[in-house]
Ligand binder design. Structure first.
Ligand SMILES: [Zn+2]
Length: 294
């Protein structure tokens, strides 16, 4: 994704991983071969791997730079983290932090970290391993966590392994931030300033939020895991197998697609592969996702 400009505000994408991953029938349990085939004309080549039929997905963060602040949205998986439930992510080693520096962002310069929710692939770089301890990666940042999301995981009994678990990430990537006094618990409609504000979109997780950006006469929304894959704009009723509340997740996704379809709002999802940014457009009786390729 090329740098996006919203007046004086820029948005960049920093990729940790991108590759063909799950097959749709596994990741989206309600998806059928026929329903996928009906959308194939626009799912290829960006969203499905032609040879294997697997979903192409990425894990990435967004970097927002305004005149005053640098903001990170979702912090990927992170290095050195024990992740028993997801072997490819276990003790991951990537140059993500070096890549961030190459984009001109030193850890000290980050003012805010915004996690759309507290799943394992959205909080990882909140912390890094230093002398055997997990410490906040961004020493001067305020980390914004939605209140209900934080409360859910802080009282959860299943926070170690298995689908829908935190796989240990609450302990190693959220609690150290709280202990350092850098966490700010916010409501689901919190406004960061007059250009950025949250919308509650619960269901995938209890306190999932999207973050809106409006600047320079243009709009974008950082939609986290409200949509995991572009085919869900055609089938908003399809949950991922990792959604927490099935009906709530469907309702939040349907409302979002209805609101954003055929508008100029750029959608910046957490796992859409390159070119990533795009719009939801009407396409007969079902919407499609139209990526911005220039
Ligand atoms: Zn995710």
């Amino acid at each position: 994704m090329k740098t996006l400009h919203f007046g004086d505000v820029t948005v960049d994408r920093l990729v940790e991983l991108e590759a063909p991953g799950f097959h749709p029938s596994f990741f989206l349990p309600d998806a059928t071969e026929a329903a996928i085939a009906a959308q194939m004309d626009w799912l290829l080549p960006h969203f499905l791997h032609r040879e294997s039929g697997r979903m192409i997905q990425s894990v990435h963060a967004y970097i927002i730079r305004t005149e005053r602040h640098t903001i990170l949205v979702d912090t990927c998986i992170g290095n050195d983290k024990p992740r028993a439930s997801t072997p490819p992510w276990n003790n991951l080693q990537t140059p993500w932090l070096d890549d961030l520096a190459a984009m001109g962002v030193a850890p000290e310069s980050v003012d805010f970290v915004m996690c759309t929710h507290l799943h394992v692939d959205h909080v990882g770089w909140n912390t890094r391993l230093l002398d055997g301890r997990w410490v906040p990666t961004f020493p001067n940042a305020k980390y914004l966590f939605e209140k209900r999301e934080y409360e859910h995981w802080s009282t959860s009994q299943d926070d170690m392994t298995g689908p829908g678990s935190s796989d240990g990430c609450f302990a190693d990537s959220v609690l150290p931030v709280m202990a350092a006094g850098q966490a700010v618990l916010v409501d689901g409609d919190h406004a960061l300033d007059d250009q950025m504000w949250l919308d509650p979109t619960p269901g995938h997780s209890p306190g999932h939020v999207c973050m809106n950006l409006s600047a320079g006469g243009k709009k974008a929304v950082f939609s986290g895991d409200l949509l995991h894959h572009a085919v869900q704009v055609a089938h908003p009723e399809w949950n991922s197998r990792f959604c927490w509340d099935q009906e709530m997740s469907r309702a939040s996704r349907q409302k979002f697609v209805d609101q954003k379809a055929d508008t100029d709002t750029l959608i910046l999802a957490a796992h859409f592969p390159s070119p990533t940014a795009g719009r939801i457009v009407g396409n007969g009786d079902r919407c499609k996702f139209s990526p911005v390729t220039d």
